[in-house]
Structure formats: C-alpha cells, structure tokens
Ligand binder design. Structure first.
Ligand code: G3P
Length: 216
C-alpha cells in the first residue's frame, strides 16, 4: 500500500519525505487555506513548491463547481507541474469534467466519495484515483471502512485500474483497516503518519536495553 501525506504544510511534507514515507501528497482547499494560501497565485505557487519537494503525485483541488470552469481550472493546475493530479469533487458537473480531462490524459482524483457507486461512476468516467472519505462517515455513525471494502470488491470484480485513496484518515487504526481491505493508497495526516512509527513498548524496551548495557 502506498502512503500519501494529507497536508499542505511544507515542513510536515519535508519531515515525512526525509523518512521516505511519502509516496504522494493530497491537499484540499481547507488544508491550503490553513497554510496561508489566500489567492490563486499563492495557491499555485504553493502546489509547485510541494511538487519540487517530493517528486511524486500531488493532488490539487479545483475551486469551481461548473464543469466548463472545472476543466479550465484543471488545465491551469496541470500546467503547474507534471506531478499534479487534479482533484475534482464528485458531482454531476465534476463527473462530466473528469470524463473530458481523462480523455485529454489529465489525471483526476475524484474526491468527496461517500458511497460505492460514486466510486464506480468516477472510475467509468476515467478517474485515475477515487477518494472515499472514511473519517467523515465515522463522524455520522456509519462505518467508513465498509465503503472502502465495497469499492475494493467492485473494482476487483471488474478489474478496474482506478486506484483507491483512503482519505479522511484520522488515526493509525484507519491505516491498518485500509491495508487489510487491500486499498491502493491511504492518505494520512502528518500526526497519524508519525503515530505509525511509534509504540510505547518500543521506547521502554530500548531504554531498558541501553540501561542493561551500561550496567554490564
Ligand atoms: O483527504 C481528505 C481529508 O483532507 C479530509 O479529512 O479530516 O477533514 O475529514 P477530514
């Protein structure tokens, strides 16, 4: 399973990249606004800097809602850097935009997927990736991971090559469940990514080994 980092924070991306933990980056308008991108010029510049940092796919989301505008915006985003994957929301206009962009060879990450047939429709439209949001389903007392399992079953049934990015990941258990479900990718916030490395018993064990060595 590939690990993407779900952040627009350059310091977090750089730190995770140094540990060779970053197979890709996903951003969204919320994450970009959190790092001070207040206009399109700042946003595009920021996406370029992320691409230069990681040499891996970087998802950047359109802000338009009408398909023609999404397509125009996707063209501008794709021109920023060859690593850019355009994130398009799962709406009727978004689906229409995905179909056009996929035919043009632009990679699309269809985002805001909350039920399995949305993923199937996005795949049929030519999306390179689909992003089911599991944490937000958990938030409303649904089991987000069931969505991932259903998408994996459907994609395996038909040999669909669209990659499944488990998104809205909140903690390490989500990552474990994504791996058990056979998801292609989990996109993980920095804090949860670091939590994957650490275990209190590892720290306690190491401390004991070193103390015992000093005593001998
Ligand atoms: O990848 C999507 C993610 O950024 C959304 O996460 O925690 O806002 O549901 P969250």
């Amino acid at each position: 399973m590939k690990f993407f980092i779900d952040t627009a924070n350059l310091a977090e991306i750089e730190a995770a990249h140094k540990l060779r933990l970053v197979d890709g980056v996903t951003t969204n308008p919320t994450l970009c606004s959190q790092v001070g991108c207040t206009d399109l010029t700042a946003l595009y510049d920021h996406i370029r800097r992320i691409c230069e940092l990681v040499q891996a796919p970087v998802s950047a989301e359109v802000l338009s809602t009408a398909s023609a505008d999404m397509i125009a915006e996707a063209h501008r985003l794709a021109k920023i850097h060859e690593q850019v994957v355009v994130k398009i929301p799962m709406t009727p206009d978004g689906l229409q935009a995905t179909r056009v962009l996929a035919r043009e060879g632009i990679k699309v990450n269809q985002t805001l997927i909350f039920q399995p047939l949305q993923a199937l429709l996005a795949a049929k439209a030519g999306a390179a990736y689909v992003s089911p949001f599991i944490g937000r389903l958990d938030d409303i007392s649904q089991t987000g991971m069931e969505l991932v399992e259903q998408i994996m079953t459907i994609f395996n049934n038909y040999g669909i090559e669209t990659e499944v990015i488990v998104a809205s990941v909140r903690h390490p258990l989500h990552v474990l469940q994504a791996a058990l479900a056979g998801a292609d990718i989990a996109t993980i916030p920095y804090k949860a990514l670091m939590q994957l490395i650490n275990h209190p018993l590892t720290d306690i064990g190491l401390e004991k080994f070193l103390k015992d060595w000093q005593r001998s």
